[in-house]
Write a protein that binds this ligand. Sequence first.
Ligand code: ZN
Ligand code: ZN
Ligand code: FE
Length: 752
Amino acid sequence: MSRRWRIRVYGVVQGVGFRPFVYVLAQRFGVSGYVRNDPEGVEVEAEGEGGTLEAFLRALREEAPPLSRVEGVDVEELPPLGTKGFVIRRSEGEGDSKVLVPPDVATCPDCIREIFDPSDRRYRYPFTNCTRCGPRYTIILGLPYDRPNTTMRKFRMCPECRREYEDPSDRRFHAQPIACPECGPELVLADGHGRSLDRDPISEAARVLLQGRIVAIKGLGGFHLACDATDEEAVRRLRERKGREGKPLAVMVRDLRAARELAEVLKEEEKLLSSPRAPIVLLKKKGGLAEGISPGLSTYGLMLPYTPLHHLLLREVGRPLVMTSGNVSGEPICYRNEEALEKLGGVADYFLLHDRDVHARCDDSVVRVVVGREVVLRRSRGYVPEPVGLPARSRVPILACGGFLKNSFCLVRGDRAFLGPHIGDMEGPDVVRAFEEGVDNMKRIFGINPEAFAHDLHPDYPTTRYASEQDGEKVPVQHHHAHIASVMAEGGLEGPVVGVALDGTGYGEDGTVWGGEFLLAEKGWYRRVGHIALARMPGGEMAVKEPWRMALAHLYRVFGEDFLDWELPFLSYVDDRNLFVRMLDRGLASPLTSSAGRLFDAVSAVLGVHPGPVSYEGQAAMELEAVAEDVEGGYRFEVIKDGDMWVVEPEPFWRVLLEDLREGTSVPSASGKFHRGLAEAVVEVCARVKEETGVRDVVLSGGVFQNVRLLKATFRLLEGKGFRVHTNSRVPPNDGGICLGQALVATYILGG
Ligand code: ZN
Ligand code: ZN
Ligand code: FE
């Protein structure tokens, strides 16, 4: 007896070769009917005898293509129609789409083989792709994901590509960005004025790179600025022209072997490097690159080629290339040809351009492996727009606007959070515009129209202002609560948890600057139960940029004016000591902060690691981590109860540290003991809170927990005491993750 089923498949099922996969399955099981994309996912009608439909359905779930993610399957019984054969139908219907747009995918091994095969028609063709690889999110204009809804719509397929595109047995069947040298995008090398040079673009680009020139290269989600990563002079010039002083530069190497020559690559790290997401992976430095790549740090950020253009270029150059975001410091990454020529004209000597438009800008993602687990530090290309599941369902669609630094945003529908790409620090009109464009693009491709807006408590953040200008409910969320909630969202935790947010700075509920917080959190609610003792930030924001200011404040707090006579190198930065004493005494332009990041700055300055001005946020703390060595015991911090608050008091630590310095303790040892001691203090507070509340789930988040030494120590000590420890993995522990936390808190507050 023949039966007919309508099968609806939800999840990441478009643009990943799902329909040809179903087609092949149907042949195998002798099932008739059709498959097509619809705005909800993929729809299949299947007709077959006896138990074949069950077997077909099982295979459909179990053998789904590697890049797909089946999140749900509905089956509906239909009357049999007696159809013959199986077909792939054209897409139908647009509008409120619930389908998941796939992220961009690194070039697959088959396509790599073709571009290096002189007998293949795609030999050396930089835009080769197939259903298993290529651009996705960055070229999609709308849904359903079909060629006319991508920036490839302006290219007319040649007969040969058309044949591949229509042949269900071909690897390029319905590969929307399909292209070849006959019919697809073209690469050109242009000089600084945009005049195209009539030479082989890749060979010529390789040649000028080897001469130390800087080339702007159009990639998947925007431009890179490239130069020879072993050429000290070229790296220095790139930094100078781009206005990027000390911040580490990402480097692309041709393969895993090349990566291993420069850095230690553990198994997990190898997997991430060569994954289809192809992120930048932070790896323990061995050396071999120019000094200027990551000065003062013990890591390199390496990635592998992820487009055919990268593969061709890297092989031709034969050396690692700096591949840093194509922007001038403080601006969003350029992604249009004219824009790049205009803005990067003063930076790049040459431009490697092409005519496949980038629709959505998307920076490279950055990840690191900590305690055997991936931690995403910047979530963008290869990850966006994959959703994160929430432990609660939202009643209304929400936009969470994020914060200020390293910002991203997030749209919520039901129990799905769709995080946008990395936007950057929300300074200047161009970044704010990039934020708005990013939001509009995600709203359109997912058909989500937010009715509520979550934002930071800080009244002056552009994201707060953006939220206040929208129509709908507003949900303010405290910065560190959002950090903690981001982990709760990832881990499906309802709470109660003890949240430890060690961070730079965030707007507190009480008018002080928070950043070393212990929060008891459950669902959308929290209560502050502890913090690091308050210290002044002389000069406010200036104290973030000049670590010696925090050293001054911390030491003055403990020793009064005494230390001003001691031999401490950072004191050379203080020109008017009396002025600072007055500022600290009276609290003039010196707000109080519990920030852990500022405590790290102070220690970094006192130890002489980085007392002077920093060129990027967190630099002094990162260099302090880089010099630290393993130690037996840590410096002791006091944990005291002040009213209903646990306070981590660094006074005893400072006394012993300065004593040690006088007696000639080495800086690496002192740094190691500081890390260890702070971890011990964190664990002690958690233990005290557990005594009071019985809560044994601890959440660790905030930018300071990007410090691997601190994170590892805290993690292990807590586990040793029987705590269950939760950390960020899929979203950053830094401010790039707070939009997710805001989204979860808002979901609860709005009655999720
Ligand atoms: Zn491919
Ligand atoms: Zn073609
Ligand atoms: Fe933060």
